[in-house]
Design a protein around this ligand. Structure first.
Ligand code: BG6
Length: 471
């Protein structure tokens, strides 16, 4: 529509940003996650460029700077006053409506005034409701801020396969695929990325990582809190869209994919795409949907809503390595604990030579990888119980990675650090996202009533026995 298409040459090798433009800087995500992460980047010298905030607000730049200081202090204990001042100095505000072209003319002026470079490369970060992604992207193009630029969009990317494709087409009018970075903050979690190092940096695990030695995989993402004040957001989304389609399928891809050709972003993304493309669409008959008791009374939740707050599904991967190894995934709100854990259950030895405790068949080996809240690996192995007879007793071999290696960076530090330098590895590529929408399609918008469960339990009883207890 009369807008200049993106210049050739923006693709290819990454271009570092000269300016960061942050849409939604007055919002909740910025408050809780983004501003503290930017402070950390400033502290480490990874953020030195101006940050132009955009929001519909009555704040001015001074108000933004004091809001930013509060946000940083709420999250970070060891704030350094000099760093904080330097960080505040990077911030300015362009206040205005996203549907008003004048906002974008003022933004263009501000970007040119603040950037050191004469033809600055701009990183636009859209921490705004998804319904505004297209509007903002087009408006940026109308003032030529799409040319030397990256467009980073928050989640969710679409509501289903068709709407994701429509959104992608909309963005593609003014941006190439290389310019669009789709956020999934689980890709910014070091414990998730560590799956790659664990699997392909060692030879200890990989020989077991196939249908010959593995019996099944169980992935649990539990949160001990409910939907709180996010009723109207959550009710339109549900657990499958909120955390399975995006976060957990990305975790699955790292856990089960073939070795990437190299550590380069697109080699990793090719391997993830190849894996997801072999995952069968979920069978509603193998799915349990739950809703915690009291959900229907949450503000913003529709009367009689059938939105799930818990789900358990079984994934089947139709490829050479994984045929016959089911992956059980369960996720839910109002569970007894907050954790993200992968349980790899190996096959029993070919012949049972020993008995376990109480004359039972000894349990198969498990490798438990805990990604949240801490980072731990537990190998459960059998060892001989002291005394007469060969009784095989299960013992854990545990390592707490944070204790050994130190604290990981927060996901949004990685996301913004990478967005600034232009490394796409920790962002979702569109083909992968399409596969993820295809996989969950049969269980989106189910109209059957979810099974009720009491808050603080592991979900509806129907899932008992299909997944392991945790702890
Ligand atoms: C978000 C979901 O994407 O991820 C939330 O919208 C969920 O509902 C959150 O609580 C979990 O993220 P984290 O990093 O706290 O595990």
């Amino acid at each position: 529509e009369g807008m200049t298409p993106p210049a050739a040459g923006t693709a290819g090798s990454p271009v570092p940003g000269d300016v960061l433009v942050l849409f939604g800087i007055s919002g909740d995500l910025a408050h809780k996650k983004i501003l503290p992460a930017l402070y950390r980047l400033a502290e480490r010298g990874e953020l030195t460029v101006p940050v132009v905030g955009v929001a519909l607000t009555d704040w001015d730049t001074d108000a933004l700077r004091s809001h930013a200081a509060d946000a940083v202090r709420e999250v970070i204990d060891d704030v350094d006053d000099d760093v904080l001042q330097r960080f505040q100095g990077l911030l300015t505000l362009v206040a205005g409506d996203y549907s008003d072209t004048a906002t974008f003319s003022r933004l263009a002026e501000e970007v040119r005034a603040r950037a050191d470079a004469t033809d600055p490369f701009v990183v636009h970060y859209l921490a705004v409701p998804p319904s505004l992604f297209g509007t903002v992207a087009d408006a940026l193009a109308s003032v030529d801020l799409n040319q030397r630029a990256r467009l980073v969009v928050e989640k969710p990317f679409g509501h289903d396969l068709a709407s994701a494709r429509a959104l992608n087409t909309e963005l593609a009018r003014n941006y190439t695929e290389d310019q669009v970075f789709r956020v999934d903050h689980y890709l910014g979690k070091e414990s998730v990325e560590d799956l790659l190092v664990l699997r392909f940096g060692n030879t200890l695990l990989e020989p077991l990582w196939n249908r010959t030695w593995m019996d099944r995989v169980e992935i649990t993402m539990a949160e001990d809190f409910d939907v709180a004040d996010r009723g109207s957001f959550y009710d339109a989304v549900g657990t499958v869209r909120d955390v399975v389609q995006n976060h957990l399928l990305q975790v699955l891809a790292y856990l089960m994919m073939e070795a990437p050709r190299s550590d380069a972003a697109d080699d990793q993304r090719d391997a993830k795409h190849a894996l997801l493309s072999c995952v069968r669409a979920i069978d509603p008959d193998e799915t349990v949907r739950g809703q915690y008791e009291g959900y229907l009374g949450v503000a913003g939740v529709k009367p009689g809503s059938t939105t799930e707050t818990f789900v358990s599904v079984v994934l089947h991967i139709d490829d050479w390595r994984w045929t016959g190894v089911p992956v059980h995934i369960r996720a839910g709100k109002a569970m007894p604990e907050t954790l993200l854990e992968i349980d790899v259950v190996l096959q029993a030895p070919p012949r049972p030579l020993f008995t376990g405790a109480d004359d039972a068949v000894p349990p198969a080996n498990r490798i438990r990888i805990r990604l949240q809240p801490d980072s731990r690996i537990t190998f459960s192995v059998l060892a001989k119980r002291p005394g007469a007879g060969d009784v095989a007793e299960e013992v854990p071999i545990v390592v707490d990675l944070r204790q050994v290696l130190g604290l990981a960076h927060e996901p949004y530090e990685r996301i913004f650090g990478d967005a600034l330098v232009g490394d796409p590895a920790h962002f979702a590529r569109f083909d992968t996202l399409e596969e993820a929408w295809r996989i969950v399609a049969p269980i989106l918008d189910a109209t059957t009533t979810p099974a009720p469960y009491a808050k603080g339990t592991w979900g509806p009883t129907a899932t008992d026995g299909t997944t392991a207890s945790t702890g």
